[in-house]
Design a protein around this ligand. Structure first.
Ligand code: F3S
Length: 280
């Protein structure tokens, strides 16, 4: 049986980098704390705890006592939180994804030049909360096309538009158009990271070539559910599993080719276990 595993399965670059940085820190010194859970995956969190990496509440009171080793997760934090964290005498490791860091820089520079910062995204998402905190003036967050239709801002100011990294590209383009048509002077930065799109594109491609497609992901992971839905439409024999233990291929008479993909919070070792079980 041929096993095809998606290259983009599992952690994206930014999350892998943050988890590796946390592990590395824990080798030097424990305990290490992450400012909010580094990832929404029970297995990974439990595994990290065994290595001395614990999650603290993502709020300033958590680090006020000082003298802690703290990792800023890939979503990033506001400028104020980053500065306070260090000023309280904590040792801070910034694992903000470089793609998010780039948005922080754009927002800081353009707000300093007097432009109105507009963020396309979900206002309550930690990444957006962090981005807002790098602007020196108040930002406007726009969630969807409907809000873009109702958008109003100071017409004297140039708008600097950025997007949450996971924002859908088509929606970004449509919303830029809606706001442009209102006559504003715009500089729009496509700050979308293509990790999610690439994972979905590759999963669809593999699903079209295999007899059975396996999608590994957490019970409550929405991006894994989306992957499952995409694959199922192309390959009816698509199975959702959380770990290698859930795998049961006994219902299939013969399988020549099997495909594997995994949601963004699935660690590599689970993907490997499933791969090995398939090969056996
Ligand atoms: Fe991941 Fe960074 Fe993109 S955290 S989804 S690689 S912006």
């Amino acid at each position: 049986m041929e096993v095809i595993t998606a290259k983009s399965a599992g952690f994206c670059f930014g999350v892998r980098r943050a988890v590796d940085m946390a592990r590395q820190k824990a080798k030097e010194h424990t305990p290490v704390y992450t400012y909010g859970p580094i990832i929404h995956n029970e297995n990974v969190v439990a595994d990290l705890e065994e290595q001395g990496v614990f999650s603290m509440e993502a709020e300033p009171s958590s680090f006020a006592s000082g003298d802690k080793d703290i990792i800023i997760r890939s979503h990033g934090v506001t400028k104020e939180v980053a500065e306070k964290m260090a000023s309280f005498g904590n040792r801070v490791t910034d694992a903000t994804c470089p793609f998010v860091k780039k948005i922080h820089r754009i927002v800081a520079e353009h707000s300093a030049e007097g432009e109105q910062i507009v963020i396309f995204g979900t206002a309550s998402h930690p990444e957006v909360v962090g981005i807002k905190g790098w602007s020196s003036t108040p930002c406007i967050v726009v969630a969807d096309e409907k809000e873009a239709e109702m958008f109003v801002a100071d017409t004297q100011k140039t708008l600097c538009i950025v997007a949450q990294t996971t924002f859908p590209y088509k929606k970004f383009q449509d919303m830029v158009e809606i706001i442009k048509e209102k006559g504003y002077n715009i500089s729009a930065f496509n700050t979308i990271c293509n990790a999610t799109e690439e994972r979905q594109r590759e999963a669809a491609e593999i699903a079209s070539k295999v007899d059975v497609m396996l999608v590994i992901g957490g019970r409550n992971s929405s991006n894994s559910a989306k992957l499952f839905q995409i694959c199922k439409e192309i390959c009816p024999n698509t199975i959702f599993l959380q770990t290698a233990q859930d795998m049961d291929l006994s219902g299939f008479l013969s399988i020549d080719r099997i495909g594997i993909t995994a949601g963004a919070s699935t660690p590599n070792y689970i993907i490997k276990e499933v791969q090995t079980k398939c090969q056996k």
